[in-house]
Design a protein around this ligand. Sequence first.
Ligand SMILES: [Zn+2]
Length: 476
Amino acid sequence: MSIDLRISGGIVVTPSGPVAADLLVDDGRVAGIVGADVAAPADRTIDATGRLVLPGMVDVHVHTREPGYEHKDDILTTSQQAAAGGVTTMFGMPNLNPPTVDVTTLRDVFDRYTASSIVDWNHNPAPTKFDDIVPMAEMGICAYKIYMVVDTGRTYPHPAGTGIHDHGHLLQIMDRIATTGKRFIVHPHDQALMDYIEGEVLARGENTPQGYASAYAAREGVIWDTAIDVVLRLAEASGCPVHIAHIQTRRSIDAVRRAKAAGVDVTCEVNHWAPFLSTWHDVETLGPYALSYWVPDDNRAAVWEGMRDGTIDIASSDHAPHTREEKEIGWTEMWSAHTGTPGIQYYYELMLDAVNRGELTLERAVDMVARIPAEKFGLAGVKGSLEVGADADVVIADPAHEWTITNDDVLSKIGWTPYDGRTISARIERTLVRGREVYADGVVVGKPGDGKLAAARAEGPAAHAAVAAGSAAEGN
Ligand SMILES: [Zn+2]
């Protein structure tokens, strides 16, 4: 009997740290982590000498744009970018047309992933139809998503059915979600404060990238901080596990730190732009293409500190592609531009580059992109970790490969990245989903429909027997 695959000679990053070992894969799962001397006949071997062997990224915040906005991206193109970027599981977001708010729209989106995605997937619907909250949980989702945003005069990017700002309504929904055990992702936003602050900026005629950037960061981030304080208090009051999207201010990071210490079940995420693309210089030079948000320097320092000390649990991309036309108008009318930036294709590599620059340890970076999102979103033992019995979602990366990101490499329909021209020091070479290659040597080789719903396994992760010499993660 032979196993399917042996990835030999690399540094395998396991839950207990990096180890020089061979990774054995059989039947789509990790079958062993063994020394080079351990015999295990394999149908195929990949030589990973000098390479990192990493768990695939579990990206819980991805805007696939399908259905409704396929001119920006669709599930297939998003999953192709995911494969190239080492993302083996992606969770979509509900701000689609129609928005994902009930069993019917969720089933339609599931069908679309089933047909098109080349990486594993799940989807975060909005819990705005009360009677659909529990039935959607039973369909296999891992989380819900809400925007504390009520746009005035815009139907995009926060269409009706995806926003709730009323605190009583939020608590009612959180009470119901708490019965499902799923996590509640919240885009924090204080609409009333924003109305006042935006009004002041626009009255001064500052409908520019700089004006927009300043408005969202105004008064040291008051629109974020007040909303996050509310969410943390409601999480405590309801027992509903919450996940805060887009963390970026010093005070809110401190608030999350305190809430965790007090036992509140809260996680939070940092999106690619906060550590890597949010300086005033980026706003000045890239304008609408950099927004997302401006993160003032003292807040960015707090973001890095939160990433290092674990207050910020998770790195997720908030991949949010928009066409050049949708961005260009922002130079003179930023409030009419679509905001958000594409990020799924390069985030893992930017994190590995940050490791090389000494900003983060390798273990911490891998925890943020893979192990912790899997664990906190109900996929422990299945996704996000190279351990025996887990899905063989594997990224092989060269940690010492200097290269320059360019628009030519972009697999998104929009054809641009805010990182065009940036030189980084690590490169993903291969991505495997459940032991099958979806990306190899610069080419996406996965096929539409290869991806499957990422859900907790009924039988538990330990039921799949280890083969060969079994686990030897402590090995050499
Ligand atoms: Zn988003």
